[in-house]
Design a protein around this ligand. Structure first.
Ligand SMILES: *Cc1c(COP(=O)(O)O)cnc(C)c1O
Length: 410
């Protein structure tokens, strides 16, 4: 879906045009009671009933009357409608965080005795959920090298849930959602895709056959680095089950104020993603030609092992990339690189207005055993860049300065 014979900039502009009206308008009708154009932040724990029969109907799910803030809230509901529209999903459920969305999606689809298949390289806390927490509830996970064949083998051996993260953190590995979903369907297994790195700008997992897509909206969807939020989107009954478990039951409800911040962020989402994806593409090309860099991981590069799958399945290659410093002593030189940055910021998270850089081996993936980390393809000198809204020229100048500084140290 990313044509080779069209400049990438034109593909990005086309994708922006396809979704930007949804970003502005979906889920946000003018408030009928006040005429307010922006969705009001409804700060109320409980909602009154117009009549006893309306109350009875609300509890039976026969009308749309709001009951209690842990179940549903009008500000949060507006956000959920916007997410569903962006994902092309029947419905969506907002959650208190991305991890609440991941946990809710997996726990609503897996029962004690069930087996999950997941990639070796993935968001570290989601990996901990599968590796360390869910076994206590009878749900076990096989971590695979993340090819379609690995997934197919695990599903054939009885895995009930295929958990995909694509592109993967922090190696930017690409999974073939459509191929894995076809195998899963044939065996009655479910597919969950963590679409945080791709965002709905770059990828539409539901259209590719996923049952549920989960997001950390803390990242590029809210886009300003000022809120923690998550979402689950997909088929109506599956979203309802996940909502019942994680929002109503576990209580990981998104606060109305946070929902409003995400709604505000999403209005400019398509514009921000177009810019960040274009800049990431530019940085990836420049780093790939730099002799001080051993390897660049970005699906736009023909050298990337997931390039062909990404080109066929994604709308755009995304705003994240990672690279490995060439030469010896990469861990120490990686630290010098980070400390020499003047425009980019050394911080975790991603999808912010600022460009953020992390060194996974010493931070986000430091809880992983070294052997497991290497098996997942996370080299000691791997640096991940989440491209923000600064100019390409300023970011390239910053990277070149930091690379020069890290060279001097050898
Ligand atoms: C950040 C992130 C999460 C967790 O989201 P929170 O909002 O921090 O709970 C899950 N998956 C991926 C890929 C992420 O980047």
């Amino acid at each position: 879906m990313i044509p080779e014979d069209v400049p990438y900039e034109a593909t990005l502009a086309k994708r922006r045009e396809a979704i930007t009206t949804i970003c502005v308008h979906a889920g946000e009708p003018k408030d009928p009671s006040t005429g307010a154009l922006d969705v009001p932040i409804v700060m109320s724990s409980a909602f009154g009933f117009a009549s006893a029969s309306e109350a009875a109907g609300a509890f039976r799910g026969e009308n749309d009357a709001y009951i209690y803030g842990r179940w549903e809230n009008p500000t949060v509901r507006a956000l959920e409608e916007k997410i569903a529209a962006l994902e092309g999903a029947d419905d969506a459920c907002a959650t208190a965080s991305g991890m609440a969305a991941v946990t809710g999606a997996v726990m609503s689809l897996a029962r004690a005795g069930d087996h999950v298949v997941a990639p070796r390289s993935m968001y570290a806390e989601a990996a901990r959920l599968l590796r360390e927490r869910l076994p206590a509830f009878g749900v076990t996970t096989t971590f695979v090298a993340s090819t379609t064949a690995d997934y197919a083998a695990a599903i054939a051996q009885g895995a009930k849930v295929a958990y995909l993260e694509t592109p993967q953190n922090p190696t930017l590995g690409i999974l073939n959602i459509a191929a894995i979903a076809a195998v899963a369907k044939a065996h009655g297994a479910s597919v969950i895709v963590d679409g945080t790195f791709a965002t709905p700008f770059c990828q539409s997992p539901i259209a590719l056959g996923a049952d549920l897509v989960v997001h950390s909206m803390t990242k590029a969807m809210s886009g300003h680095g000022d809120v923690i939020a998550g979402a689950i989107a997909g088929r109506k009954d599956l979203v309802a089950a996940a909502r019942d478990l994680v929002v109503k039951g576990i209580g990981a409800v998104l606060a109305p104020m946070s929902a409003w911040l995400v709604l505000r962020g999403l209005r400019t989402f398509a514009l921000r993603q177009e810019h960040a994806c274009r800049t990431a593409f530019g940085i990836a090309k420049i780093l790939a030609e730099d002799p001080r860099v051993a390897k660049v991981h970005h699906p736009s590069l023909a050298s990337h092992p997931g390039h062909t799958i990404a080109r066929g399945a994604m709308h755009a290659y995304g705003s994240l990339l990672s690279f490995e410093l060439a030469g010896t002593d990469a861990v120490r030189r990686g630290a010098v690189f980070l400390e020499s940055l003047r425009t980019m910021t050394h911080a975790v998270s991603l999808g912010d207005t600022r460009t953020l850089v992390v060194h996974p081996a010493s931070t986000t993936h430091s809880t992983m055993a070294e052997e497991t980390r290497h098996l997942a393809g996370i080299a000691d000198g791997l640096l991940r860049i989440s491209v923000g809204l600064e100019s390409l020229d300023d970011l390239v100048a910053d990277v070149r300065f930091a690379l020069a500084a890290s060279e001097k140290q050898t």
